[in-house]
Design a protein around this ligand. Structure first.
Ligand code: CA
Length: 443
């Protein structure tokens, strides 16, 4: 069993007095209640924590101020009112869950707190977001066996998957300084590239700029250096989930990646969606995790009944593209692919347990990328590298434009949701960012 039981906050029949939450189409019905850091757009206000409800943000600093919730929640609200959610993330399941229950009750249709809380709402259309926390360390995993196989095939047609893949949740340490929130402008990176027939590498703008469709994972309390987190305790160390675009410069990557892995091909930009959907909100969408009988079964520290029963998450993921030309023509973004996190070869709990098994400490606000989430089908490929078969097969968009990799002016939009019979549909909002030209190179 998951540490989160399905409780009254998940009841699909719940309605909010915030009418826009009840449409059935909002990403943020009362069953979701995700967290972000926000302030009014273009203001000099402090960023503070907020919770999404319909098309509004419930300002948690204002909720603290008006003092209508149970006073026992004040220490939790004080942490949420800060300009980063690190301290709240470090408080753990009891604090997260207690606040969720109180907010769910306060925002329900018929709540006697409606009049007091109405002034604490701000329209989402009038706010800007920052990163939800200071991300101390960022680790990028590689958990989609479909992605790993597709990419491996491009380099090693006869031996696409390296022998460690099915034993070790593969990852590397990324860079946190260049992670930014949705709305980011991504300047085309410059770097070294070398074609196989060249002796001397060239230097110039990246010509194979790509996105990666990933799930982002925020760590909660974490562990002391020298200790580790057991597989069945891992869920209590995961605060929540977001959408994550881990931009990649494929031509730089191909030249630099051996022997230590990606470096400048990956660390120039990564984009997160502003809202963090909590582990508890996602409890209804957890699902069985299986490992094919013909594959190696996990080593003991990566194996448990709980992980088998509910370790996977059916989080549906989408990538959309809007080119400069589409924007000028007023055309809506087009869907490039859809996949589900449930196809991941490793679960989040296995990532947490593996990351800490050697005594490496995880800290509140640390961040994991799941790795590009591709599925078994051709419509489920989470990067242009895969969609264009390494740049060999351009894809044709609805307006006739073609792409192998991203061009200047292209906006990449990630979205996601969880949906299941007997549960409310909850969404993740969007992670959007636009590629901007860089004709002059490093400044
Ligand atoms: Ca990645």
């Amino acid at each position: 069993m998951s540490i989160y039981t399905i409780n009254e906050t998940h009841d699909p029949a719940l309605q909010s007095w915030v009418q826009s939450a009840n449409t059935g189409e909002s990403d943020f019905p009362i069953q979701n209640l995700p967290f972000a850091e926000f302030r009014r757009s273009n203001s000099s206000e402090s960023f503070r924590g907020g919770v999404a409800i319909g098309d509004r943000v419930l300002d948690l600093a204002a909720v603290l101020e008006c003092s209508v919730l149970d006073q026992a929640l004040n220490p939790v609200l004080e942490a949420c009112a800060e300009a980063t959610l690190n301290r709240f993330m470090g408080m753990g399941v009891a604090a997260w869950s207690g606040l969720r229950l109180a907010l769910s009750r306060a925002l329900r249709a018929g709540s006697e707190l409606e009049e007091s809380l109405r002034p604490c709402l701000v329209p989402q259309s009038e706010v800007e977001y920052s990163l939800p926390c200071v991300i101390g360390d960022y680790t990028d995993f590689y958990t989609s066996v479909h992605h790993a196989t597709n990419v491996g095939k491009l380099f090693r047609p006869d031996n696409p998957l390296l022998p460690n893949y099915k034993w070790v949740p593969i990852g590397y340490h990324g860079r946190s300084s260049s992670i930014d929130v949705s709305g980011q402008q991504v300047k085309r990176p410059w770097g070294q590239t070398r074609a196989p027939d060249q002796e001397r590498p060239g230097f110039g703008p990246c010509k194979r700029l790509d996105y990666e469709l990933e799930v982002g994972i925020y760590i909660g309390p974490g562990n002391e250096l020298g200790s580790s987190i057991g597989l069945d305790d891992a869920e209590g160390h995961v605060f929540g989930y977001c959408l994550f675009n881990d931009w990649s410069a494929r031509d730089l990557q191909a030249w630099e990646y051996q022997p230590l892995g990606p470096f400048l091909a990956k660390n120039f930009a990564s984009t997160v969606s502003p809202w963090v959907v909590t582990g508890e909100a996602m409890a209804p969408y957890r699902t069985v995790w299986t490992r094919d009988a013909g594959d190696p079964q996990p080593l003991e520290y990566l194996e448990s009944e709980q992980n088998r029963a509910s370790g996977a998450i059916d989080m549906r993921l989408q990538v959309l593209l809007q080119t400069e030309q589409m924007r000028q023509q007023g055309a809506a973004p087009v869907l490039l692919s859809e996949s589900t996190f449930a196809d991941s070869y490793w679960t989040v709990a296995q990532m947490v347990a593996h990351h800490s098994v050697n005594g490496c400490n995880l800290r509140p606000g640390d961040f994991f990328g799941s790795g590009t989430q591709s599925g078994p089908d051709d419509s489920e490929l989470g990067s242009l590298l895969e969609l264009s078969e390494g740049g060999k097969k351009p894809i044709t968009l609805e307006n006739g434009e073609q792409r192998t990799f991203l061009e200047d002016g292209d906006a990449v939009i990630l979205s996601g949701y969880c949906e299941k019979a007997g549960a409310a549909r909850i969404g993740f909002g969007q992670a959007t960012a636009t590629v901007v030209a860089n004709s002059t190179g490093p400044a």
